[in-house]
Design a protein around this ligand. Sequence first.
Ligand code: FES
Length: 198
Amino acid sequence: MAEMRNEVTEEPAGSGLIDAQAPEEIDSEAYRIVDRYVSEQPGGQEQLIPLLHRVQEYLGYLPFPVQEYVAGKLGLSPVEVYAVVSFYHFFTTTPRGRYQLKVCMGTACFVNNAQTICDVLGDLSGIELGGVTEDRLFSLEQVRCIGACGLAPALMVNDEAHGHLTPITVRKIFRKLKSAARKEKNSAGGEADSENKH
Ligand code: FES
């Protein structure tokens, strides 16, 4: 892993924008996932935005060291990547869960027990509203009407809507997300191990 980080620090310095950020301790898995995505979608610098999307989807946000690492992988300067991240509103440098659980609290959902859905998710994840789990897998928030009132009570998981929720279906969704994350983690770890053996 040390080699990967060296690759980052050897990137052209000079902007000061990223260098000025406080150092962040990033799990080595974050770098492995970038390696994996780059190998899956080769194509150079035009892959920047799709790549950032995938990385953010996985990590929940785009930490500065990872932006630098992406820059190194695509032959860009860290500032070029930072400029893209700050330009588009859908990118964030603030930690959120990989799975952003957004419980709709609009009127239709509210009168259909949205608060119970929220409470169940809080119990399952162990976090309060606005919080992020330690493993950064889940964040929990309440939002206004998501435009799916016919599905009330409804929940967004990232960009996907789930409706007609009950405590039972919410538990199922939560378990499914955890299991998907576990599989992806194992798969990323397996690929990294196999690469290290070559
Ligand atoms: S009130 Fe929840 S989707 Fe409209």
